[in-house]
Design a protein around this ligand. Structure first.
Ligand code: NAG
Ligand code: NAG
Length: 109
C-alpha cells in the first residue's frame, strides 16, 4: 500500500518536473487542446515533428513540420510570409473545427 502511494507520488513528481511532451508523447491534439511555442507533436511513426522553430540566426518564430532525425530538415512551414515575432504563438482548433495559428494578441496568423 505504502509502496503504491509512493510510486503514484513519484510518477506525479516526474510528470510535473519535465515538460509534458517528454512525459506523454502525443501525436494529435483535440478541440480543447493547443500547441504552444516550445511544445511539439511527434508523428506516431516518429518520423515527423511539428512545432515552432527559428531558421538560422533569425529570432522570428515559424510553425513547421520537420524530419525528426539528425537532419531536422523542415518540410512544411505554416506562416512563411507571416512570422511570429515572439515566442507566444499558439496552434489551436476553433469550435468550428478550423486549425488556426494565433499570435500573442490572439490574431489569426
Ligand atoms: C532523415 O529523414 C529523411 C526522410 O526520411 C531522409 O531522407 C534523410 O536521409 C534522413 N537523415 C538521416 C541523417 O537519417
Ligand atoms: C498579431 O497579429 C496582428 C495581425 O497581423 C498584428 O496586428 C499584431 O501586432 C500581432 N501581435 C503581435 C504581438 O505580434
Amino acid at each position: 500500500m505504502e509502496t503504491h502511494l509512493f510510486f503514484a507520488f513519484f510518477c506525479a513528481w516526474i510528470c510535473l518536473s519535465i515538460p509534458l511532451e517528454s512525459c506523454i508523447a502525443v501525436d494529435s491534439i483535440r478541440m480543447d487542446q493547443s500547441i504552444s511555442d516550445g511544445e511539439t507533436l511527434v508523428s506516431s511513426g516518429q518520423s515527423f515533428e511539428l512545432g515552432f522553430f527559428s531558421p538560422g540566426s533569425s529570432k522570428n518564430r515559424y510553425l513547421g513540420i520537420w524530419y525528426k532525425n539528425t537532419t531536422q530538415t523542415v518540410v512544411w512551414v505554416a506562416n512563411r510570409n507571416n512570422p511570429i515575432v515572439d515566442s507566444y504563438g499558439v496552434l489551436t482548433i476553433f469550435n468550428n473545427g478550423a486549425l488556426v495559428l494565433l499570435n500573442q494578441t490572439k490574431s489569426v496568423i
